[in-house]
Write a protein that binds this ligand. Structure first.
Ligand code: CTP
Length: 401
């Protein structure tokens, strides 16, 4: 079950060429179980048809203050009461000005004024309009009302100009929406997460690594952010985008990861090590590509530092040390190995996962993990998406803090 299941979202669409993009957002939200009601301004109806939005949302679309369908109801009051979140996207300069000045001269502006719940605004307009002091002042004003504004992207616009003003992407707005519904259990925490594989080079074209894609660690970073944490993500090489609002530091080798972890440690209140760190590196690295020889080649490996063990040892000496969470990727005797690592690395919590199955472990979008905590409590989680697994891990952390 997603955090969005059964949530009622009122979507306000205004006059911008980007209106067509939110048609896809409606489909994505419905796939996650949201109930969507759409309000469109007159200008929005010139860019995209209310019929399209009615079909995609599965609900009638509201466009006027005085609905002919049910004259005995007061649409703006009914609409304002019956949702968990108002999302205005794309939000034109005109609508943002209306919101800033409390105007109530169309249905959407009136609904916004009559709503006491949370409001998320996604501006989209020509970059000169966006950067104009009037628009910037209006955005500052609506922020002061408690509205959340998702900054637009920069880039080439439909009008052929370049600059800030392009409607933000779906993943960014999804994260912003989830923040309204996620329990804020990490509001005062600074979470330091490691994710992905490390790579240990042999020569400029070869390295020692593992199949970790970083999906679990990135899901933990995104969900920690949704739950209100400040998040620093130290990541080995991956193809994943940085979750919105997360500070990412990219590293390649275990030694670099260790250095960054130690550097960021002082600010952290929780450290979670999801990275698949290479236990070994090559004893010697070659500055130039090694050429093929006649026979076999044996290479010596040197042990890498065990970063988590080092943190666990530091924790023994300091009662103020951050809450420490490790992972154990195992192909056999999961629980025995997990319990051993929990104790040997002096952890508060360990997440044990089976790397054998196709639905779990490296590269999969789902995971089935067992949580073992320092008090000996074991929690077996079912097969869940990595995002849901991440939320369940943060739930366990909230219980232990
Ligand atoms: N870890 C680490 N530094 C290493 C190796 C592992 O910080 N050099 C961390 C991982 O990020 C993970 C935990 O230790 O949180 C367990 O990693 P795992 O690879 O499962 O176990 P190892 O300790 O390497 O032991 P083994 O390879 O014998 O299973």
């Amino acid at each position: 079950m997603s955090l969005l299941t059964d949530k009622k979202i009122l979507l306000g669409i205004t006059g911008s060429i980007a209106a067509y993009k939110v048609a896809d957002w409606v489909r994505a939200l419905r796939r996650e179980g949201c109930q969507i009601t759409v309000v469109m301004t007159e200008a929005a109806c010139r860019f995209i048809s209310p019929l399209t939005m009615a079909a995609l949302s599965g609900n009638p679309v509201h466009t006027t203050m005085f609905g002919a369908e049910a004259p005995e109801t007061i649409p703006h009051i009914t609409l304002a009461r019956e949702h968990d979140l108002l999302v205005i996207a794309p939000a034109s300069a005109q609508t943002i000005a209306r919101l800033a000045h409390g105007l109530a001269d169309n249905l959407l502006a009136t609904v916004a004024l009559a709503s006491s719940g949370p409001v998320l605004v996604c501006p989209a307009m020509n970059s000169v309009m966006f950067q104009h002091p009037a628009t910037q002042a209006n955005l500052a004003t609506i922020r002061s009302y408690g509205y959340t504004v998702v900054e637009p992207d920069s880039g080439k616009m439909a009008c052929d100009e370049e600059g800030p003003g392009r409607l933000t992407d779906w993943e960014t707005v999804r994260q912003a929406i989830l923040t309204f519904f996620a329990p804020q259990t990490l509001a005062d925490e600074h979470v330091l997460i490691t994710a992905g594989p490390t790579r240990e080079p042999f020569d400029p074209v070869r390295f020692l690594s593992n199949p970790s894609t970083g999906k679990m660690g990135y899901a933990l970073a995104a969900t920690a952010k949704q739950r209100g944490a400040t998040v620093t993500l130290i990541s080995g090489p991956t193809a994943l985008p940085v979750p919105p609002g997360v500070r990412r530091i990219q590293v390649t080798t275990a030694a670099e990861m260790r250095e960054e972890v130690m550097h960021c440690l002082a600010a952290a209140t929780i450290v979670l090590k999801a990275a698949a760190v290479s236990d070994y590196r090559f004893s010697e690295t070659e500055p130039h590509k090694v050429k093929k020889g006649q026979g076999n080649l044996s290479l010596a490996l040197a042990a890498n530092p065990d970063i988590l063990k080092e943190l666990g040892d530091l924790k023994k000496e300091s009662p103020q040390f951050p809450f420490l969470i490790g992972f154990a990727a195992e192909s056999r005797d999961h629980l025995g190995e997990g319990a051993r690592k929990l104790k040997e690395k002096n952890l508060d919590l360990i997440v044990v996962n089976d790397i054998g199955g196709t639905e779990t472990g490296f590269a999969a979008d789902t995971n089935r993990v067992t949580l073992l905590d320092r008090n000996g409590v074991q929690e077996d989680l079912p097969l869940l998406s990595k995002e849901e697994t991440a939320h369940r891990i943060w739930d366990a952390v909230a219980r232990l803090r």
